[in-house]
Write a protein that binds this ligand. Structure first.
Ligand code: SAM
Length: 311
């Protein structure tokens, strides 16, 4: 296990269960956990397929217990998994913590999802708090347009005094955010990067500036990058060195690691001049990486289709 720290941000290169054991109990304000989903994705050397669903559930129970132990009494956690595995986590967690919302992250896809069943177009998120009477929820920081009443300039006649509808509201539990695409600025080379907009909603709602936000399966470190931008302190844990390097760069913890400059690889559509200005490498490793990712995604999707499972 290796630890990198700068200012109020820490990256742990290592196993989530081992690393979580080193965190002080009752010290974390917010945990966002997006573990492997047990659906056969490829995360570098990491496995994303357990022998059985029960074995996956047992592994999840270990890190979920640790997350609960590390949360402050006022803390919150958001837990993701695949549609087919989240019921195991839900049934486990409801005995240990309060699940306040079962969120559906819904997205569209231009590709064909499935031809013989209804393709999966969402990912589930459990929003849990330790104490349902005492937790952070900054409703005013995450308001969204109320699309119905106010847009149509309706008057609510059910109120004692007829009133125009509010133009903003707290989002419900169906969240529409585009998935991270290759051409988006925030794109990093990782098969399951979560959108910054989604993380911004989570972090703004469930933490305050100066709070500690922890992500035990950081991947591209989007949670930590957004939390840092919003003035929170962060701890990100990740097992794969290639993803740790993304985190070290995104959080400005290191500019190089063992002599290797930590720079964002040029994407195929980006002009070379822009890359030179940023002193990024002009070879196109991103193209190779992208092909590898597409191949890995394709194989994983084919396996899912064969097994009849969806994410
Ligand atoms: C679903 S991805 C997380 C993606 C991340 N939320 C993002 O937005 O980029 C899961 C991550 O967990 C990492 N991982 C898998 N097993 C791990 C373990 N035992 N400890 C720490 N990280 C692990 C994988 O390498 C992968 O990057």
């Amino acid at each position: 296990m290796q630890i990198f720290s700068k200012n109020s941000d820490t990256i742990v290169h290592g196993d989530a269960i081992e690393a979580l054991q080193t965190v002080s109990d009752n010290s974390v304000d917010l945990i966002f956990a997006d573990p492997p989903y047990n659906i056969g994705k490829v995360f570098g050397e990491c496995k994303d397929r357990w022998p059985t669903d029960e074995a996956y559930a047992e592994w999840c129970a270990q890190w979920l217990d640790l997350c609960i132990q590390k949360l402050k009494p006022t803390g919150s956690m958001y837990i993701m998994s695949s549609t087919q595995c989240i019921p195991y986590l839900d049934l486990y967690l409801r005995k240990k913590i309060n699940i306040l919302s079962r969120i559906v992250w819904s997205y569209d896809s231009s590709g064909v999802q499935a031809k013989k069943y209804f393709g999966s177009m969402y990912e589930p998120i459990l929003f849990c708090v330790k104490d349902p009477k005492n937790y952070t929820f900054n409703a005013n920081d995450i308001l969204v347009d109320a699309k119905t009443g106010s847009k149509r300039k309706l008057i609510d006649y059910r109120k004692p005094v007829p009133t125009v509808y509010n133009s903003e509201k707290v989002p419900g539990n169906v969240w529409e955010f585009a998935r991270v695409r290759y051409r988006m600025d925030e794109y990093e080379e990782h098969p399951t990067q979560k959108p910054e907009a989604l993380l911004e909603r989570v972090i703004k709602a469930s933490s305050n500036p100066g709070d500690l936000v922890l992500d035990p399966f950081s991947g591209t470190f989007s949670t930590c990058a957004v939390a840092q931008r919003l003035g929170r302190h962060t701890v990100g844990i990740e097992k794969e060195l290639d993803y740790v390097k993304i985190g070290l760069r995104r959080l400005s913890i290191l500019a190089e690691l063992n002599g290797e400059p930590l720079v964002k690889a040029r994407r195929t559509f980006e002009p070379v001049e822009r890359v030179e200005q940023q002193q990024l490498p002009i070879e196109a490793p991103s193209k190779k990486g992208r092909q590898r990712k597409q191949q890995a995604d394709y194989i994983a999707d084919q396996k899912q289709l064969q097994l009849g499972v969806t994410t």
